[in-house]
Design a protein around this ligand. Structure first.
Ligand code: NI
Length: 138
């Protein structure tokens, strides 16, 4: 079994805001993060599987690139994530972005092959998601 990863980037905006909370509570908890702002995100998608004898690959990495570009990057690049239906009732944190990316990709790649989604918000912060947990209730 080998694990192959491919890195992608997208620029997107978000704000931290829990709809069910009063404004003062949001501002107390999230501070300046309640103000819409942008990040240059990086996304690393890892697939696992046996190495195909003929191709020497776990997955056709060109195919992986096309799937992630079509499914995730087209949707998230230069987008307001907090306005995307994926984040309705769910704060567009790095954690929830990783869960959303997993949800977009698992149907295309299969749960057997999709091993990990890593989302970097910046050089200092990343979240790994491997699909073990239920997504949080909205
Ligand atoms: Ni932010």
């Amino acid at each position: 079994i080998a694990y192959s990863s491919r890195r992608f980037t997208f620029a997107a905006a978000h704000r931290y805001w829990v709809e069910a909370w009063p404004a003062a509570e949001n501002e107390r908890f999230f501070g300046r993060l309640t103000v819409p702002h942008g990040h240059n995100y990086a996304l690393e998608v890892t697939v696992r599987g046996p190495i195909d004898r003929a191709t020497g690959m776990v997955i056709n990495l060109t195919e992986l690139k096309a799937i992630v570009n079509d499914t995730v990057i087209e949707r998230f690049d230069h987008a307001a994530l907090s306005a995307d239906a994926l984040f309705r009732g769910r704060v567009a944190t790095t954690e929830n972005i990783a869960i959303a990316v997993w949800g977009l990709l698992v149907g295309k790649l299969g749960a057997e092959r999709l091993w990990q989604v890593r989302v970097w918000e910046d050089d200092t912060l990343y979240v790994d998601y491997r699909g073990e947990d239920e997504a949080p209730a909205p």
